[in-house]
Design a protein around this ligand. Structure first.
Ligand code: TXA
Ligand code: MG
Length: 317
């Protein structure tokens, strides 16, 4: 079990000593260390059991400090940064040499974002280095959206957890970069595609769905609960698996089902509310006595797209 609290000075001291701290962001909780200290970064990979080919996002508190570690060669990315930071957006930018190769898995671009959470911004303000922070879950499992989730799984591996309450967005950041001169989305996330396109026009989706680790984080099986998750026509699945103990994720009207754990992502069909609930509900399903989890896709719009992406990667079908 880790110490949990809201003391950013204490968190800053630990990070300066090369230790690991759980940090709240608006998307999900991160497992943070000094990005410039290779030994500290190494301990992130060890704590998460994360392969070294999967690079880390660095977190900073303002645009000026981002420019110390990365370059803005493309005007469109600068516009996105100025419009959506702090917020659920990660940009892939050419890195400066000061960023260790371990952070970027040897790539010449570094993933950067300014998270929108007051406690973590206060913490970053007390540091003169960026924080490398992947989601604070064991590799491949569902991301944490509460301090308790971090403590449950990594409590023995972090020195402190900053408790910023439940995450306000609930899905990881949207990852954007440039490929062949095009603005590309590499991971759907907490900033909706429509919102991005309203600002800079059409962007391309380059979401990897293979098991090819070239585009890490986009591994086909990721973000997965321990229980098998089946997606399809929910009513049909319910009939097919009537003999089993079910957890049912629904969206809109409550599902009537005896002897099942019914988890409604949003009674009012609000994709933003569904995003906040998704990972918490997958964890509840895992902790319950349900044998399988069933659900339907959400409408492919707004955050519904990113939710569907996570469901697909979490599913066994
Ligand atoms: O919302 C978020 O992004 C959260 C919070 C804590 O900031 N972080 C997060 O980190 O989701 P993580 O490590 O779980 O996912 C980061 C993704 C990985 O899939 C990684 O492959 C990709 O970002 N990534 C990081 N650096 C990259 C790079 N240089 N090039 C391509 N992809 C990169
Ligand atoms: Mg992750």
């Amino acid at each position: 079990m880790s110490d949990i609290g809201i003391n950013t000075t204490h968190a800053a001291e630990l990070l300066k000593q090369g230790k690991l701290v759980g940090i709240p962001t608006e998307t999900v909780y991160g497992l943070a260390a000094n990005a410039l200290n290779e030994k500290a970064v190494l301990s992130i990979f060890e704590a998460k059991n994360r392969p070294f080919f999967d690079p880390l996002i660095i977190h900073l508190h303002n645009l000026e400090s981002v420019q110390k570690y990365a370059e803005f060669h493309d005007e469109r990315l600068l516009i996105l940064a100025k419009t959506f930071w702090p917020g659920p957006l990660t940009l892939l930018l050419p890195k400066k040499v000061i960023i260790p190769d371990l952070v970027t898995s040897g790539l010449n671009q570094v993933a950067v974002r300014i998270p929108n959470h007051p406690l973590t911004l206060e913490l970053l303000n007390k540091l003169d280095f960026p924080l490398a922070a992947p989601s604070a879950n064991p590799f491949g499992y569902v991301s944490p959206t509460e301090a308790k989730h971090v403590n449950d799984q990594l409590g023995t591996k972090v020195d402190y957890i900053l408790d910023g309450g439940p995450c306000g967005v609930g899905l990881e950041s949207t990852i954007i970069g440039i490929e062949e001169g095009q603005v590309c989305v590499f991971r759907l996330g907490g900033l909706a595609l429509e919102t991005i396109e309203k600002r800079i026009g059409k962007v391309e989706l380059r979401l990897n769905t293979s098991s090819d680790p070239k585009a890490p984080g986009q591994l086909k099986n990721h973000y997965a609960p321990k229980k098998p998750l089946l997606i399809g026509n929910r009513a049909q699945l319910q009939k097919e698996h009537a003999a089993k103990k079910l957890a049912i994720l629904c969206f809109g009207e409550d599902v009537q089902a005896e002897n099942a754990l019914v988890l409604n992502l949003s009674k009012t069909k609000d994709p933003e509310e569904a995003a906040i609930n998704l990972f918490k509900f997958l964890r509840l399903a895992d902790e319950s006595d349900a044998e399988i989890v069933i659900c339907d896709y959400l409408p492919e719009e707004g955050l519904g797209r990113a939710i569907n992406d996570r469901l697909k990667r979490a599913s066994v079908n």
